[in-house]
Design a protein around this ligand. Sequence first.
Ligand SMILES: Cc1cc2nc3c(=O)[nH]c(=O)nc-3n(C[C@H](O)[C@H](O)[C@H](O)COP(=O)(O)OP(=O)(O)OC[C@H]3O[C@@H](n4cnc5c(N)ncnc54)[C@H](O)[C@@H]3O)c2cc1C
Length: 676
Amino acid sequence: MARTRIVIVGGGFGGVQCARTLRRHLRRGDAEVTLFNRENHLVFSPLLADAVGSSLNLQDVIVPLRQLLPDVTCRTEEVRHVDLAGRSVEFEGPDGAVRRMGYDHVVFACGSVANLNVVPGMADHAFPLKTVGDAAVLRTQVLQQLERAEVCEDPARRRWLCSFIVVGGGYSGVESAGEINDLVRGSLRFYPHLRPEDVAVTLIHSRDQLLPEISPPLREFALTRMRAAGVDVRLNRRVLLATGEGVGTDDGFVRGGTIVCTIGSSPAPLIARLDTPREKGRIVTAADLRLPGRADAWAVGDCALVVNAHDGRPSPPTGQFAERQGRQAAENLVRALRGEPTRPFSFRVLGQLCSIGGHRAVAELLGFRLSGFLAWFVWRGVYLFKLPSWGRRIQVGADWAWLLLFPRDLAHLRTDPTERISRAHFEPGDAIIRQGEPATGFFVLEAGEVEVVRATPERPEGEVIATLGAGSFFGEQALLHQQPRSATVRARTAVDVLVLGRNVFTTISRSLAPLRQALTAAITRRSGAFWQERPHVMAALRALELRDFIEPAPRPFVGAAATLGELTQAFAGTDQEVFYVTGPDDRLEGLVTFTDLLHAQARGLAPGTPVTEFMVARPAAVAASDTALVAAGAFREHGFKTLPVVSDPAGRRVVGLVRARRLLARVLDRLPPDGR
Ligand SMILES: Cc1cc2nc3c(=O)[nH]c(=O)nc-3n(C[C@H](O)[C@H](O)[C@H](O)COP(=O)(O)OP(=O)(O)OC[C@H]3O[C@@H](n4cnc5c(N)ncnc54)[C@H](O)[C@@H]3O)c2cc1C
């Protein structure tokens, strides 16, 4: 009998517990369990704030999935889409390639992502705390602010640098505020120019009490202890906006150089693309954790909306519930495989634990309430015993003991990676990008000419559909749409390109409005060419030889030594729209249109300025052997009315010009009546 293939999407608390339980109940020969996770580790989110506050090493809050789940196939890949009807997952590997895998059962355990768009300005100015990367960046920010404040002469700015604002009074907000407060105040002795009055840690919460999940006496304890430690806790305050200076609330503006946002999360983007009922973005599940109406799909944890049969209420998004649901989804899945009835999710909370800074915590365990150092000790102990092996527990325990006895580490890592902008050179015929390959970069053509080649099922060898000249760009479509490359781009001449890595391109294109507009225009232009949708037009363009349309090149050609003054005189004495600048053997070096001349005059260039200063260097051209399809693509791309025609792409001896209007009118004239 074929092995049952079970795919789990997400390696957080829910997914890991589900995988472990499945492995306990199903033999390897009976079922293959594959777990997809973006990272190769599980993140212990409740310890993230400790990593921010330097009371834990970053490594201590993550556990490698392979060591945690030795009998499970762990894939560090992002699932992009799940086809529920076709029973397959589509995922993207580290190389950017998209692949598919079929399944018999799928479990959604992909948690949630930080959504800073809940408050205007938050996405631009606040730090989230969701991943271990967020913790590393935030820790660096806190320590950098102390370093900047230490050398700051202006007292007002020094106070601003030392002011930290935490938005949200749930677990992560309380833990973060407590830890940042401890780190900053506990480190002041190492910063001789900073005084306690310079420091402000403000926790802003919209409700009348912190930590809604725990009982009122413990909430009260947490509030009193935090205020005593110096945290300015502001309750019943709603944050309305965030700026580079601080946050605006319904009670005035709070200034601070660091804003931590712990409110606002939305389910993982994958969930939004699923064809299944959702509420507030979370997958609504049936009582047994299955997706409604589906026998083979399950959902657990923060990405799911699960009603707890124990009290009839929706489960809260906590690690404890995610784990329990992961376990029960696995047990129900095993029951379903064995033809037994499944059981509804029902769970009585065992307890709540929250660290509030200063080696203190509040805890409710099996009906007992604890607070202070003992609760903190229990809190750490519980997490220590969740670690996968004794080796790891001893290592982490020793780290904790060390950090309990000695001051926190104030060294900060440089978290801004070296930016990836590079230059590359290609010789004629070299492929710069290839159709079907994953998108890794964006290219700006600095010099030379390239051709865009697209292969289709009818023409697997590919055909040239456009040429691009210096100043053009390519590679944007696949990056922005997260698709494989839709065409090959090949150097026609020697080519120099500027290459922007994916992250650099994403960052710049998001924030630089003119680039965004140019990219949108290019995508519309490149994907919306009317002939691409019409096979008759494509066929007509392909069939026309460019040589039938070539007109004599506009003469005289000018040499590289011609000046602005000479060209101004030349334009004055003729109707000619363009002058070609040529080198030896009429080789095309550049061109000057009347618009280029006007721009040169507007720049205030002297009449003696050589043409090489203001011409379009190495302009796009078509070769006499190209089809009309190539010319049509080049006209559309560059918006030119005419294009130079050269003897061959590499040689570039000018042999004439071709006009857009004549060529396209001829194509339209040749179309059958129903082909337009
Ligand atoms: C700072 C902080 C402190 C917290 N403190 C507490 C606390 O004290 N107590 C408590 O009970 N809860 C706490 N929580 C909440 C708790 O961490 C979450 O409820 C819990 O992690 C949810 O588990 P999950 O398995 O649903 O999702 P997660 O743990 O978020 O795991 C989801 C995983 O899926 C992966 N993933 C997502 N989409 C894809 C995809 N398309 N392909 C592949 N992988 C994907 C993600 O990378 C992630 O690893 C805290 C949360 C935070 C952020």
